[in-house]
Write a protein that binds this ligand. Sequence first.
Ligand SMILES: C[S@@+](CC[C@H](N)C(=O)[O-])C[C@H]1O[C@@H](n2cnc3c(N)ncnc32)[C@H](O)[C@@H]1O
Length: 283
Amino acid sequence: VGVIGVEKEPAWVPESINLQLASAARIYDYFLGGAHNFAVDRDLARQILALVPGSALSAQANRAFLHRAVRYLVAQGVRQFIDIGSGIPTSGNVHEVAQQLDPGARVLYVDRDPIAVAHSETIIGDNPNVGVLQADLRRPKDILQAPELHDLIDPAEPVAVLMVAVLHFLAPGDRPEELIAQFHAAAAPGSYLVLSHGHSEKLHRSGNLDVLSPDDREVLNLYQQTSGGITLRSHAQIQQLFDGWALVEPGLVWVPQWRPGWPDEVGPDPASSSVVGGVARRI
Ligand SMILES: C[S@@+](CC[C@H](N)C(=O)[O-])C[C@H]1O[C@@H](n2cnc3c(N)ncnc32)[C@H](O)[C@@H]1O
C-alpha cells in the first residue's frame, strides 16, 4: 500500500535507489517517452521542458545520432561495442541496431545507474552476445578489467567505444581526456570512439553563467539537483577529447548533421539540439 506523498516502488526498483534524488538516466528516459522514471525525475524533467521545450527533441536527436553511428560502424566492419553510459534501455538499443545488421555483433552495456543496469539485464535475457556491467566511467580499470568485458570483447579485434551523452556528466576535475586515453590504449588498431556532448559556446567564451539566458541558466541549476550535475563544454574542448583519434567526415557537428539518413532528417535548426557528436578512428 502506498503512503500518501510517497511514491510506491514498482517491482523493478532495486533496493538501493533513493527515490528522492532525480537521476539523469531517468530524466533522459522520460524525454524519450520511457516508463522507467519516478515522480522526482518527472518533476524535474517537466520543469526543464517548461524552460527549454526542445529538450525532448534534443534527446531524440542524440539517440538518432547513436543509431546512425552504430550502423556506420557495422558497415566499417566493427563487430564489438562497449556502450558506456548506455542508459535505461529504450527503443533502438545498440545491440538491436547492430544485430539487425549482423546477429553476431557483441555489445557490453556499462552504466553507473542501478536502474539502467537492472533494466538492461531484463531486456538482454539470454542473448549470449550482450552483457551489462555496473561501473563508473571515472574508474576505467573497473570496466577494462571486468570479467564481463573479457567474456565478450576480444582485445585483438577493433572495438567501438561509445560515450554518447555521458561525458557532460563528468566534472572538469574528472579529467575526461585521461579517462578516454585509457580506452585508447586498450583498443586494437581500427577501433573507433563515438562521442556526443552537451555544448555551449557562449558559456565558454565568457566563462560566466550570466551570458546564458535566464531559462538556460535555470536548466543548468536544475541539472545540479540530479545525482551527477552537468558540465557543458565548448566545441574546442570537446574536439580535444578526440586526441589520438581521427574524426571521420563530417567531423564534430550538431548531432542532427552527422550523416543524416535523408536531407530532411537534419531539421531546420540543428543547433537547437545543443548536442554535438562525432565518430573517430583510432590513430
Ligand atoms: C543521457 S543518458 C545517455 C544514454 C545513451 N548513451 C544515449 O545516448 O542514448 C546518460 C547516461 O550516462 C550515465 N552516466 C553518467 N555518468 C556516468 C559515469 N560516470 N559512469 C557511467 N555512467 C554514467 C547515466 O547514468 C545515464 O544513464
